[in-house]
Design a protein around this ligand. Structure first.
Ligand code: NAD
Length: 259
């Protein structure tokens, strides 16, 4: 399917690997020029070189922490006037409700709520002026069905989801859509780190932890960053202009609910 976005320009945050990279890859395949961001310059440059070589699109890179005001300023300087924004950052660490204090919550809010909001606030006016834009926020299945040990994530991402629900409806009339993708477990470094935590806690191997988790997923496996990226690219396509303020769950059926 022709996504109809060849020649557009996108900012994809936290995209040197994992789900962010999957989104950058699928957009590059659709002919979209990119601004890619991640903290570490080396992995970021390697990811950008890979996509330039495979898809021939123009790619700028910004090595910066997108959760800080300084990092956001650097990213926004390169991304001025983009048509598409994909927000993403690392997820908060697991723990217990009794462990977290104010500073932990502020860190989680900065990363998984306030950073995407700041980027939207900066980039939405340009999209609205042009009469076309797409925003996709990478959130989590934990917004729909809480993962108790990820309470910091549950909280911060629920805040972002509430913000998007209202804002998406305020900008839709200007041809700009905002939607969220809710990943369930995907085979990325984040999943390895979560499985390592479970393995250490339960005294089992990482393979056993992964097999136990797979047994709870109707699809019987982890998702891939390619599947995730393809869904993101569709939400950024011409065809998705009537999808507004939605939360799309990609979880292999793990959340057991009718709607
Ligand atoms: P990952 O660890 O594989 O990749 C994270 C990417 O983000 C890397 O490119 C890293 O350099 C970059 N990054 C991290 N913090 C950053 C920052 N502050 N500024 C700029 N770049 C930063 O992780 P992933 O699996 O791709 O997860 C992406 C997001 O989706 C995370 O927030 C994660 O919590 C969430 N999520 C992942 C899963 C999963 O199963 N993989 C499930 C639910 C939610």
């Amino acid at each position: 399917m022709d996504l109809g976005i060849k020649g557009k320009r996108a900012l994809v945050c936290a995209s040197s690997k994992g789900l962010g990279f999957g989104c950058a890859e699928a957009l590059a395949e659709a002919g979209v020029d990119l601004v890619m961001n991640a903290r570490g310059a080396e992995a970021l440059e390697a990811a950008a070189a890979d996509l330039r070589a495979r898809f021939g699109v123009a790619i700028e890179t910004v090595a910066a922490d997108v959760t800080t005001p300084e990092g956001q300023a650097q990213v926004l300087k390169a991304a001025e006037g983009v048509d598409i924004l994909v927000t993403n950052a690392g997820g908060p660490p697991p723990g217990m409700w009794s462990d977290w204090d104010r500073d932990d919550f502020i860190k989680a809010l900065d990363a998984n709520m306030l950073a995407p909001i700041a980027l939207m606030k900066a980039l939405l006016p340009g999209m609205m002026e042009k009469g076309w834009g797409r925003v996709v926020n990478i959130t989590s299945q934990s917004v729909k069905a809480p993962i108790a040990v990820l309470g910091l994530s549950n909280s911060a991402r629920a805040g972002l989801t509430g913000y998007v629900a209202g804002t998406a409806r305020q900008v839709a009339g200007s041809g700009v859509t905002i939607n969220n993708l809710q990943p369930g477990i995907h085979a990325t470094d984040r999943a390895i780190s979560l499985d390592t935590g479970v393995a250490n806690q339960q005294g089992i191997s990482i393979e056993e932890a992964k097999a136990n988790r797979c047994a709870t997923i109707p699809a019987g496996r982890y998702g891939t960053s390619q599947e995730f990226g393809a869904t993101c690219a569709f939400l950024c396509s011409q065809h998705a202009g009537f999808i507004v303020g939605q939360n799309v769950l990609l979880d292999g059926g793990a959340v057991n609910s009718t709607m």
